[in-house]
Design a protein around this ligand. Structure first.
Ligand code: URA
Length: 238
């Protein structure tokens, strides 16, 4: 992309204004002042600055959070004709897809984007992105089970090492807990509690990569804020 076009697209100045800035030596590319017109730059790779301030094109990517309701599959289409998360996305959402999945009967935070690189990073176990759940299980969970959870636990496809686990409420026949995991394996929470003989009755993801739903109710969505997107981009890079 030509330098003056990039400056104009970034909203710093009009095309004419951008040319004037370049002529006056107010623009640098990778630290060097550029005064000639028509220099081609790579918006993703070159550091362009006007008056010392970095110039960025507005993101054309889309980022959403949906509070997925129960009874909905996490895919964009379902061969069995069940309700899908697509039914809940706003019309301006673009060609976004879900980052990871929640089970049909799980509700809570699900992120959508068309930014493939970020989606991979969020979903890949290597980056250990935190997922926090509230879970209602059958039976009264005692301290013995809590100790086993805290120590870490082996499932058939490998160890599960909860980042944090706490009882929220003990009832007569059930217990609500909060648990934070860093992987997102298939049916991980349900398999974990089933192995401990406390089958899951309700499951809710209350945060993903530190993003919380705030006032969203089941079926509602919102775009992520710029601050939230920036935070996601920093994940795994610190
Ligand atoms: N663990 C599960 O068992 N189900 C989910 O939907 C998410 C995590």
């Amino acid at each position: 992309m030509r330098l003056q076009k990039l400056i104009a697209h970034a909203g710093v100045a009009s095309r004419r204004g951008a040319e004037e800035m370049i002529r006056r030596g107010r623009v640098t590319v990778n630290g060097r002042v550029v005064r000639e017109m028509g220099v081609v730059v790579d918006p993703a790779g070159d550091a362009v600055k006007c008056d010392g301030r970095i110039v960025r094109l507005p993101s054309r990517r889309h980022y959403f959070m949906l509070y997925k309701p129960k009874g909905v599959v996490s895919t964009l289409s379902d061969p069995e004709g069940r309700p899908t998360v697509r039914d809940y996305l706003p019309s301006g959402a673009g060609r976004v897809y879900p980052v990871g999945r929640l089970d049909w009967d799980t509700e809570g935070v699900l992120i959508f984007t068309d930014d493939g690189e970020l989606a991979n990073r969020l979903a890949h176990p290597r980056y250990g992105v935190e997922r926090t759940y509230h879970v209602k299980v059958r039976g009264v969970v005692g301290e013995g089970v809590m100790a086993r959870l805290r120590e870490g636990f082996r499932l058939e496809d490998g160890p599960v090492d909860p980042e944090g686990v706490k009882v929220l409420r003990r009832g007569k026949t059930s217990t609500w807990l909060t648990i934070t995991l860093r992987e997102g394996r298939h049916h991980e929470v349900k398999r974990l509690f089933l192995a401990l003989r406390h089958p899951v009755q309700k499951l809710r993801r209350v945060s993903y990569a530190g993003l919380e739903p705030g006032p969203l109710r089941p079926g509602e969505s919102r775009p992520l804020s710029e601050e939230e997107v920036k935070r996601l981009r920093r994940l795994g890079r610190e």
